[in-house]
Design a protein around this ligand. Structure first.
Ligand SMILES: N[C@@H](CCC(=O)N[C@@H](CS)C(=O)NCC(=O)O)C(=O)O
Length: 206
């Protein structure tokens, strides 16, 4: 039995929960972080010295960093399924996974913290506007890429979809003007309806 540490409202925990569900591994998820706390306790820091979520335990194996968790689950339990052996195909997925963590998430986060989490220190209209504009630009990239493609990394559902779709889930439920993006909407609806996605992508976003 796997253990995933982290509250489900975390976009990074959502990736781990979705991946575990896709590869059919039973798991227990323990609420850590945010309002639940616990992530700065010595026992948790011994698992993840960053004090962040998610962390995955699989027997003796302990992994942090959401994308590494998705890759581990795919490689160990999703061979021939969501794990790509071919280096070129795997790089196709990897680039979107890295793009999610380094481009889309940083763009979205200031607006999310201000408008959904309502954190007082993030109520800066200029920063919110910039966050919205930056996110729109990133979503335009997704929209163009998804034209004529079923999934992010080709014709097969995989790790890239699991990693990036929680970002679409979050943004499409934000109280911000929503530009029409038919390819993105079609892809998001398709992947978010998967049985493993449903428990990973709760509504309302929080
Ligand atoms: N790069 C890390 C980032 C992890 C991260 O920022 N986690 C956030 C939640 S999304 C966190 O731990 N926040 C502190 C908290 O929830 O208390 C990953 O992808 O796993």
């Amino acid at each position: 039995m796997l253990t995933i540490f982290g509250r489900i409202s975390s976009i990074n925990v959502q990736k781990a929960v979705w991946a575990a569900g896709e590869v059919g591994q039973p798991f227990e998820r323990i609420d850590i972080g945010g309002q639940f706390g616990g992530n700065k306790e010595p026992a948790y820091l011994a698992k993840n010295p960053n004090g962040q979520i998610p962390t995955l335990e699989d027997g003796e194996i302990c992994i942090w960093e959401s994308n590494s968790i998705v890759r581990y689950l795919a490689a160990r339990y999703g061979a021939g399924w969501i794990w790509e052996e071919d280096p070129a195909r795997r790089a196709d997925a990897d680039r979107w996974m890295d793009w999610m963590n380094t481009s889309l998430q940083p763009a979205m986060t200031p607006a999310f913290w201000a408008l959904i989490r309502k954190l007082p220190e993030h109520q800066n209209p200029a920063i919110i506007e910039t966050s919205i504009a930056n996110t729109e630009a990133k979503l335009d990239i997704l929209e163009a890429h998804l034209a004529g493609r079923s999934y992010l990394a080709g014709e097969r559902f995989g790790m890239a979809d699991i990693t990036v779709a929680p970002g679409a889930h979050r943004w499409l439920h934000m109280p911000v003007p929503q530009k029409e993006r038919p390819n993105l909407t079609r892809w998001y609806r398709q992947v978010s309806a998967r049985p493993a996605a449903v428990p990973a992508l709760p509504l309302p976003i929080s």
